[in-house]
Design a protein around this ligand. Structure first.
Ligand code: NAD
Length: 417
């Protein structure tokens, strides 16, 4: 998959969704191209006094539905085309979850593990200075992504606020609570994955209580999904991380497994498990719900033939390859696409932005309740589109619904000049 250009993949996906809509060629090209891309060469002084140049990008793909929204990643493999593609996928994610935001993404070509904290701060601030004319609570709102977190977001926010001589916490999301972050943000991705699965069970007339669940990946998204589905009465029969998988016929206790992983660094060797499995064995267990929450492309075409789960809720981004997706469609496996299942992160980022703008902060219960409502509404919207328009899958339905929302917003704005 590594030689596939992600920007070409995005353009193909938009073409595929557009087949189900009446879109003129010029309009389609507009929807397949970022509005603008910043490419900045950042000259930064290193701790030894030398100068190093880092390349940074910010792509603002589409802002018809609101300010551009999307993370900033630090990785040596960042490219202009990757950033453009990721910014386009954010347009779909914000539109599918019906939050009034557009799509953007940024990145710096860097392996952050090779730099000191003070060097990273200078690199981040240099990038933030380049971003300042483009970002803002009403323009473009970055967030953490691969290898960036609250620390980098605080540096960007501080640089922006200093240059602009203002306080504007809504310029960035993913902040710590004390800097204007939102309650419930850490749990949001796992929560949307499980809420969407609960609705899918309802759709299939299945009961969550005593359902058998397997979760691949026990990081932030996976472990929270395991904990929440367990609290709904399901049996979490298998979980895994990069060290391997564990199985408990009746159920594992997700909180206890998390504690064990915290102490030992992995889930394997957990004393109350019945046995250990490989990650592929976990993915092909006969379960009611499978939650891939680790990597992209975890389920390829050959593995897809052996998937026995009735429902797959994609916590990870892109865990099912397109060929595997075709197989799962033929075997009537209900796949809840990542752009809805893991949208909790972006939905609660939206809530964070709303709270920053109101300067009024919500309780955790309110955040969870609003998130639940949004995922429920959008899940049933996708089901309606899937059934009424006879679309091949919920994934296609998500892309069609999202594209339609972006087209509607664009048409109402009109073209100028
Ligand atoms: P994380 O780094 O906290 O956790 C990843 C987990 O996957 C770890 O437990 C790791 O051991 C495990 N893993 C890695 N390789 C594996 C393998 N080969 N087999 C099994 N497990 C393996 O990351 P996360 O934040 O939980 O993100 C997981 C996925 O969810 C990613 O695809 C991410 O893009 C997506 N996602 C996360 C968020 C969020 O808010 N955290 C939001 C949207 C999407």
């Amino acid at each position: 998959m590594s030689d596939v250009n992600p920007f070409e993949s995005l353009r193909t996906q938009i073409d595929e969704a557009a087949q189900y809509l009446d879109v003129a060629d010029g309009e389609l090209e507009r929807l397949k191209s970022p509005e603008r891309v910043l490419e900045a060469n950042l000259s930064v002084e290193m701790d030894d006094g030398s100068i190093e140049v880092f390349r940074g990008y910010r792509s603002q793909f589409n802002g018809d539905r609101g300010p551009y929204k999307g993370g900033i990643r630090y990785h040596p493999a960042v490219t202009r085309d990757e950033v453009k593609a990721l910014s386009g996928w954010m347009v779909y994610k914000t539109a599918t979850s019906a939050v009034p935001l557009g799509g953007g993404k940024g990145g710096i070509v860097i392996d952050p593990s090779e730099y000191s904290e003070s060097e990273l701060e200078r690199i981040t601030r240099a990038f933030a200075a380049e971003l300042t004319p483009l970002i803002g609570a009403d323009r473009d709102v970055p967030a953490p992504d691969v290898n960036t977190g609250q620390r980098e977001m605080n540096w960007i926010k501080d640089t922006y606020e200093t240059i602009e001589n203002t306080t504007e916490p809504g310029v960035i999301t993913g902040k710590d609570l004390s800097s204007g972050g939102s309650e419930g943000r850490v749990e949001a991705t796992g929560r949307s994955t499980v809420v969407a699965a609960r609705e899918a069970f309802d759709y299939l007339d299945k009961d969550v209580e005593h359902a058998r669940v397997a979760v691949q990946g026990y990081g932030n998204a996976g472990w929270i999904a395991a904990k929440l589905v367990y609290e709904m009465g399901a049996n979490v029969v298998a979980v895994s991380d990069s060290s391997g998988a564990i199985y408990g016929e009746d159920t594992l206790d997700p909180v206890d497994v998390k504690e064990y992983k915290r102490e030992t660094g992995s889930v394997t060797g957990y004393p109350d498990a019945d046995r250990e499995l490989t990650n592929d064995e976990l993915l092909t267990l006969d379960v009611d719900l499978l939650i891939p929450a680790a990597l992209e492309n975890a389920i390829d075409e050959s593995l897809a033939h052996d998937i026995e789960a009735d429902v797959v809720s994609e916590a990870a981004n892109g865990p099912i390859t397109p060929a595997a997706d075709d197989v799962l469609r033929e075997t009537d496996t209900l796949v809840i696409p990542d752009i809805l299942a893991n949208a909790g992160g972006v939905v609660v980022s939206y809530f964070e932005w709303v709270q920053n703008r109101q300067r009024f902060y919500w309780t955790r219960d309110r955040v969870n309740e609003e998130l639940d409502g949004k995922i429920v509404d959008q899940f049933w919207n996708l089901v309606e589109a899937y059934e009424d328009r006879d679309l091949p899958s919920l994934r296609t339905a998500a892309y069609v619904v999202a594209l339609e929302r972006v087209i509607d917003a664009g048409e109402q704005r009109g073209t100028w000049p």
